[in-house]
Write a protein that binds this ligand. Structure first.
Ligand code: SF4
Length: 362
């Protein structure tokens, strides 16, 4: 089966021409895919019936995600979905809504997408990391998560304003499919969201960061640091390997110099592990004067043994960074009560021990 959502506009044009149709058929298909969200080729009514049949005969299909669970936070601002991919592999996606004026001055609807089923990076505090790695997701499966939420929002007269690649998996370990998804989502004849409204978050694959800087994209980059020294970081991120904290900071600088896009360093604050004033001071001396931004993320409680720090420790950590001249914010907590950290819902539903192989049938 070949998913029409995989094709970039130029590829869609080649396809319709190959099938003996005029070029404008490509735009009819693209318009339908990204504005009408059909579930079957037979629903693209602008196309002649014969051409719809020809597409199906060629093995093309549409979309691949089926919703198996939807949970909403009490305030209604966070929605988490467990979606089945075509092969019945469950994955997670999250919608976080920020009403106007509350935070940014205008309403935002941010989708957090997954790029892999499970993750090989094995971060000790992360539910996805504890699942192990199952497979890379295809670009159309990444785009499918966005389309699924776009359809939900359309029914309420709303639309997606931002997309973050921060769900299950390490996007830069699935590089080519991640970049294809970004191109499909930002192409003016595709989903059409602005490049600046997309952020890719990486645990720190340096070769991937350097490659990304060369893509000529205006997307944002977030690097998950989590520790100011190699010993602590290598424990929290066991696959960090030979990449040192300094190497990561330098990769962030190179990305900024090449793209002009500010880099955010993400820092999951974990009680008693990396939240002390001494560690904050070390982090501040590493990052001051380099113009980057630190996003402090009090850990969402997961099935692991790690805990969220006390509020006063978070504020003290922030104060130390701020007083040292490091630009930083504490992430607004969204959906804590609905297992919003990546991999938590799948783990809650499937059980930790069954997480690796079990599929969910609707
Ligand atoms: S934090 Fe990200 S990179 Fe680390 S295991 Fe979880 S999903 Fe993978």
């Amino acid at each position: 089966m070949k998913d029409l959502y995989r094709l970039l506009p130029e590829e869609m044009e080649s396809l319709v021409i190959e099938l003996g149709q005029p070029r404008y058929r490509a735009d009819q298909i693209l318009y339908s895919l990204y504005y009408k969200f059909p579930e079957k080729i037979s629903e693209i009514k602008q196309l002649p019936a014969k051409f719809r049949d020809a597409l199906s005969d060629e093995g093309f299909t549409i979309g691949s995600t089926k919703e198996i669970q939807r949970i909403k936070s009490k305030d209604g601002e966070t929605t988490k979905l467990l979606l089945n991919l075509r092969d019945e592999t469950p994955i997670e996606s999250v919608l976080m809504q920020y009403p106007s004026k509350k935070l940014f001055g205008h309403p935002r609807s941010t989708i957090c997408v997954s790029t892999q089923v499970g993750c090989a990076m094995g971060c000790v505090f992360c539910a996805t990391g504890q699942m192990g790695f199952e497979r890379n997701m295809k670009a159309e499966e990444i785009v499918g998560q966005v389309i699924h939420f776009a359809k939900i929002l359309l029914e309420k007269g709303q639309h997606i304003t931002n997309i973050v690649f921060m769900g299950m998996g390490e996007p830069l370990a699935n590089y080519s499919e991640t970049i294809r998804a970004v191109k499909l989502l930002t192409h003016p004849r595709g989903f059409g969201i602005g490049q600046r409204n997309i952020t890719i978050s990486t645990i720190g694959i340096i070769s991937g960061i350097d490659k990304l800087a060369e893509e000529n994209l205006q997307i944002g980059l977030a690097i998950s640091l989590h520790a100011p020294n190699d010993k602590l970081r290598n424990w929290l991120v066991p696959t960090a390997g030979s990449s040192s904290v300094k190497d990561l900071i330098n990769a962030g600088k190179r990305f900024f110099l090449k793209t002009g896009r500010r880099v955010t360093f993400e820092y999951a604050l974990i009680e008693g592990i990396n939240d002390s004033p001494e560690i904050a001071t070390d982090l501040a001396s590493l990052l001051k004067d380099n113009g980057s931004h630190v996003n402090l993320i009090p850990l969402n409680p997961t099935t692991s043994d790690f805990s969220r720090p006390r509020r006063r420790n978070v504020l003290e950590f922030e104060r130390i960074l701020y007083n040292s001249g490091v630009n930083c914010t504490v992430r607004v907590e969204k959906g804590t009560e609905i297992s919003a950290a990546c991999g938590q819902l799948r783990t809650d539903v499937m059980g930790k021990s069954n997480n690796k192989r079990k599929k969910i049938k609707k």
